[in-house]
Write a protein that binds this ligand. Structure first.
Ligand code: NAI
Length: 345
């Protein structure tokens, strides 16, 4: 089987080449992202393999369908970049539901610690032999309250890491976990209570119509003054303009962002020689209390290995049996995992 692999980065290739070769799947690696202009590159392939910032809208799906392409293999968990409603009945969509939830949860904590202990500033200072401590006063995480929005695979691991630090946890989820509910130190609350009661808020829910701009002007006003916001989930969960305003007004004490609303224009690429045209991103990055990483929370050896292995297994499973537990299906107005393989009927 031949797959067109879009938005290739150097770290993708070794694992996909190895697992592909072992299982009879050949990948043609394109550096460009998939979108309406580049979809023609998929001509002659059996399927396409895409990541978070490829555009799989109705027009792209129609073109892939016309070309007879049957499989869209997402090498990520989130699928907000795919028009699932339009894909239904035209193309099988498979994903990697979890590659390393630990990688993302650990990155969220790495950002939090860097921010609260001002490691990003200390690093720069000591590079210039400036060993002054002025302005580097942080605060203990022990005893603080962290609000975790979305207590799925990643959120739960983050909760456990926080409990290990002696923090109290307020949790909010559309579908609370019974197991987590009975864990000492964790309390499920309504969103407003979480916003009002948390010293730190970390987002771990998916981006849907419902969660878009979940953290906007109103929500920020409900937060404790000086709250630290961590977003390692999806950029559009946060209204960036409102975030910037919240930082300027000191309502937000610090922000740790691994994702950004308009990241597809900038992230994953070296833009150091380009003029930064996104004023909001530039302003956020210029703030001393904002740390931005370029959607790298997933990027560990373990995760890359799992992504390649699961993606190849998904492709093999679909092509051999017509079914795959990691297939996504659009049912009842929402995208769900298709366990029975009947969603494409
Ligand atoms: P998951 O599906 O295991 O958990 C998501 C949780 O969010 C579930 O418990 C669900 O009930 C909850 N949820 C859904 N709608 C909600 C709503 N409206 N309000 C509150 N909670 C809601 O997903 P997982 O694996 O924990 O991943 C979470 C997110 O992390 C993904 O959707 C993805 O966007 C992001 N992610 C980011 C990565 C990065 O590199 N920065 C890598 C992998 C995932």
């Amino acid at each position: 089987m031949k797959f067109a692999f879009f938005d290739t980065k150097p770290y993708d290739k070794p694992h996909f080449e190895r697992y592909g070769k072992e299982n009879g799947v050949t990948f043609k690696f394109f550096e460009t992202k998939l979108n309406e202009d580049t979809v023609k590159l998929a001509h002659g392939f059996d399927g396409v393999c895409v990541f978070v910032n490829d555009t799989v809208n109705a027009a792209v799906i129609d073109k892939l369908h016309e070309m007879g392409i049957k499989i869209l293999a997402l090498r990520c968990a989130g699928f907000n970049n795919v028009d699932m409603k339009h894909a239904f009945g035209k193309i099988h969509v498979v994903r990697v539901p979890a590659y390393s939830p630990y990688a993302v949860a650990e990155h969220a904590m790495a950002l939090l610690l860097a921010s609260t202990r001002k490691i990003h500033k200390a690093f720069n200072r000591s590079k210039e032999f400036n060993f002054s401590l002025a302005g580097l006063t942080g605060f203990d995480l022990y005893g603080k309250t962290v609000g975790v929005i979305g207590t799925g695979k990643i959120g739960r691991i983050f909760v456990n890491i926080c409990l290990g630090f002696g923090m109290k946890v307020l949790a909010y989820d559309k579908f609370p976990s019974k197991e987590l509910e009975s864990t000492a130190g964790v309390k499920y609350v309504e969103l407003d209570e979480l916003l009002a009661g948390s010293d730190i808020i970390s987002l771990h829910c998916p981006l849907t119509e419902e969660t878009q701009h979940l953290i906007g002007k109103e929500a920020i006003e409900k937060c404790k003054k000086g709250v630290v916001l961590i977003n390692t989930s999806r950029g559009a969960l946060v209204d960036s303009e409102a975030l910037l305003a919240g930082i300027k007004s000191r309502q937000i004490g610090a922000a740790c962002l691994d994702v950004y609303e308009e990241e597809s224009d900038w992230f994953f690429e070296d833009n150091s020689a380009n003029i930064m045209e996104d004023d909001t991103l530039a302003r956020l990055i210029s703030m001393p209390n904002v740390i931005v990483t370029s959607h790298q929370a997933f990027l560990t050896e373990e995760a890359l290995e799992n992504i390649a292995e699961t993606t190849v297994n998904n492709i093999i499973s679909l092509s051999k049996t017509g079914q795959c537990p990691n297939e996504l299906c659009y049912r009842g107005g929402t995208a769900v995992d298709c366990k029975d393989g009947k969603c494409f009927a």
